[in-house]
Design a protein around this ligand. Structure first.
Ligand code: AMP
Length: 430
């Protein structure tokens, strides 16, 4: 029977890569935590309606890329393609903004989009993100962007280009949309089918049209349609960023096609990522989204980063947690009769915070020592019949091959000493 491969566009996280993966998540939790953002976790599937309303009909994600299925009761469910809609549903559903405003939350987890898989574009990928819900202030937009910037800095990722734009308020965009339609309509023959459709449902997305990129260069710019209020709002965000020492590049073509986006939109680009996949992350203000989901109007802003892309970029910058040994110590019985004594020794080491693997195999001693080496153990604790009879254990330093016999009561201290003597303790980079 042929082996079953992983589904297209998915990847397995294997132990060698796990420390780096955990490191990215820990750094995000620490940085977002330092701004007062607390963890939330929402289901990886939601009612299809929530995703359709939240991400928007007329987007590629909703029109072509959703993993949608029916539950046994015939309700349509969809694997979440992004985190914002679910997090907003959870926060507003629990009325959290009635207690405190804004609500500052962070999240992490897998997202699903049925895209054509290519390098750094997967059908299941992981994001870390934040949402700041319940208040509208340019200082909050700057806070969220600063947090993303700081996160990248803590990952040792340099050479990031922060792209920022203002999408104005809904009146600004109504005027802008009309100008875009007036510009593109006479050029319809030069658009591909997708873009011709966008001209009707989602004209802002035409700026992303790949078929004839030259068209977008001469297209009207949102910045020319901003009200004074929107303009001042955006300048305040950029001022705050400048005061924090964060350089932002104005990019009038950075748009998000949906009505509920407002004011600030931003992306973090990195040159080492290729072409359309050059964004490490992005976000924006979504003041109209709560209403679209059926809640009272509630402003919000957030960002999301792609973990796989962060890892590749951090590794290129030389800053990623190295693979780690599975354990510090192996406890092994020399004969099956001492299995429980060896298990007790392992237990006492774990209680002392020493990562310990118990070797319960009936292999010969030299095979057990080789297996311990392969696990990366730096100390082996051996229990034979003598040790079991006298309440001792043999502690073997795997590097020097020196052995000493110690009383069980002193075992954890002796192993800790042997580990401390080891020069090359592996730690995640700081
Ligand atoms: P978006 O929600 O499209 O703004 O995506 C935010 C971030 O998630 C992007 O900047 C990427 O880093 C990551 N991302 C989005 N789609 C994918 C994908 N199909 N595969 C891997 N990463 C992705």
């Amino acid at each position: 029977m042929p082996a079953i491969p992983p589904p297209r566009g998915t990847r397995d996280l294997l132990p060698d890569a796990a420390p780096a993966w955990e490191w990215v998540h820990e750094v995000h939790a620490r940085v977002a935590g330092s701004f007062g953002y607390q963890l939330v976790d929402t289901p990886i599937f939601e009612h299809t309606e929530l995703i359709e309303r939240g991400v928007g009909v007329g987007t590629d994600v909703v029109d072509k890329e959703m993993f949608t299925f029916e539950d046994r009761g015939g309700r349509s469910l969809t694997l979440r393609p992004e985190g914002t809609a679910g997090v907003l549903r959870a926060v507003l559903g629990a009325s959290l903004t009635q207690e405190i405003r804004p609500v500052r939350v962070r999240y992490a987890g897998p997202m699903f989009r049925g895209e054509r898989p290519q390098a750094l574009r997967y059908r299941q990928f992981a994001q870390v993100g934040v949402e700041c819900i319940g208040e509208r202030s340019p200082h909050l937009d700057a806070e969220v962007i600063e947090m993303g910037w700081r996160f990248l800095h803590e990952l040792g990722i340099t050479g990031v280009s922060l792209q920022a734009n203002s999408l104005g308020d809904s009146e600004d965009r109504t005027r802008y949309r009309a100008a875009l339609i007036a510009y593109y309509e006479p050029l319809e023959a030069r658009l591909d089918d997708d873009c011709r459709r966008r001209l009707r449902v989602n004209p802002l997305r035409l700026l992303d049209c790949k078929r004839d990129a030259a068209l977008a260069v001469d297209a009207p710019r949102i910045t020319d349609f901003l009200s004074d209020e929107s303009r001042i709002y955006f300048e305040t965000v950029l001022d705050d960023l400048a005061a924090a020492g964060i350089p932002a590049e104005r990019n009038p073509r950075l748009v998000r096609g949906l009505d509920y986006y407002a004011q600030t939109a931003f992306e973090f680009w990195h040159s080492s990522l290729q072409g359309a996949q050059n964004a490490l992350g992005g976000g924006g203000r979504y003041d109209g989204l709560a209403e679209v989901l059926g809640f009272a109007p509630t402003p919000g802003i957030g960002y999301a980063f792609g973990v796989e892309r962060l890892l590749v970029t951090a590794a290129e910058g030389g800053r990623v947690a190295p693979p780690q040994a599975a354990c510090d110590a192996v406890a092994a019985s020399i004969e099956p009769a001492q299995a429980q004594v060896a298990a007790a020794a392992a237990r006492s080491l774990r209680t002392a915070g020493i990562r310990t693997v118990l070797d319960v195999s009936d292999r010969k001693l030299d095979r057990k020592l080789r297996a311990a080496d392969r696990l990366g153990a730096r100390v082996c604790v051996l229990i034979g019949s003598d040790e079991a009879a006298e309440g001792t254990a043999t502690v073997r330093d795997m590097r020097t091959r020196q052995q000493q016999r110690v009383a069980v009561a002193q075992l954890a201290a002796a192993v800790a000493d042997a580990l401390d003597a080891e020069p090359e303790r592996q730690e995640a980079p700081r």
